[in-house]
Design a binder for this molecule. Structure first.
Ligand code: SAM
Length: 288
């Protein structure tokens, strides 16, 4: 008997991966957590039926959500990661010696526990002494922070279920307040190819733009995400992601990567015309 994992990318588009074993399944307080093993993509984390990561292509997402901001401001010391319970973003951050302190706020402790057990390739740095784990809603956590962080990474689920609050105006306004004057906010920004994702992306982009003087979007090719084309938001109080790229510094760090490099850094901000058109359609929502 064949076992397949299928995710509906739209009501009329499905994406399927052949499964070798269903390793884990549990309904936590917040979401259904599954870990599957596949021939092609290795182990995979699925939350509420949506594919979060696979061992084969997770490095693309996690390198792009971390190395881009780190290469723009090599002086980043204090980082807040919101979501990211699989530990992939933290793993990449821990490779940088300049990063001194990482707060990770994950709403669902079970995601972290399950990833520690089944996805050790991503969860491997969660015990680094620089990492401080908080199990609570990121929306509430940022309300209390002021002028504290050089970088905030929003590594969330999509804008429904527990992740919904992480796409609101209130949340982005509080991120602005939680960042210092050099602050950078990077978030997973959905994609433009399918309408539902494009709507979510436009909403998020216009909200971020209403707080930050610099708000741009960059892209990566992620084979297992809907349409294979995924976007990240780069918002900042001061640094421009391309003009302020410090390529030499990044090369000096000697980090081996699979996707990010100093050329793809600026290349990832060169968006296709249809993505630029969608971005141009986003309205300013009115500021603060
Ligand atoms: N890379 C993934 C993607 O875009 O598909 C995201 C992976 S990561 C596992 C997303 C995490 O965000 C989940 O573990 C989820 O529990 C967490 N999360 C969702 N809403 C949250 C919230 N309000 N506060 C903190 N963490 C949240």
């Amino acid at each position: 008997m064949e076992l397949w994992f299928t995710e509906n990318h739209t009501d009329s588009v499905r994406f399927s991966i052949k499964i070798k074993r269903h390793l884990f399944s549990e309904q936590s307080e917040f979401q259904k957590i599954d870990v599957l093993e596949s021939e092609e993509f290795g182990r995979m984390l699925v939350l509420d039926g949506y594919l979060m990561l696979t061992e084969k292509d997770e490095y693309i997402y996690h390198e792009m959500i971390t190395h881009v901001p780190l290469s723009v401001n090599p002086d980043i010391k204090r980082v807040l990661v919101i979501g990211g319970g699989d530990g992939g973003a933290v793993r990449e951050l821990c490779r940088f010696r300049n990063v001194e302190h990482i707060d990770m706020v994950e709403i669902d402790k079970r995601v972290v526990e399950v990833c520690r057990e089944y996805l050790q390739k991503t969860a491997c740095s969660l015990d680094d002494p620089r990492v401080h784990l908080y199990y609570e809603d990121g929306l509430k956590f940022v309300r209390r922070a002021e002028n504290e962080y050089d970088l905030i990474i929003v590594d969330s689920t999509d804008p429904f279920g527990p992740g919904e609050g992480l796409f609101t105006k209130e949340f982005y306004g509080n991120c602005y307040k939680a960042l210092n004057e050099n602050g950078i906010l990077v978030n997973q920004h959905e994609s433009t190819f399918y309408n539902e994702y494009a709507k979510a992306m436009k909403r998020a982009h216009s909200r971020i733009k209403s707080f930050f003087p610099i708000a741009l979007v960059y892209q990566a090719h992620i084979p297992t995400y809907p349409s294979g084309h995924w976007l990240f938001g780069f918002a900042s109080k001061k640094f421009h992601p391309v003009n302020d790229q410090n390529a030499e510094w990044w090369v000096e760090q000697g980090l081996k990567t699979g996707y990010y490099n100093r050329f793809i850094h600026s290349g990832s901000f060169a968006l296709a015309q249809n993505v630029r058109d969608v971005l141009r359609e986003t309205k300013e929502e009115g500021a603060k």
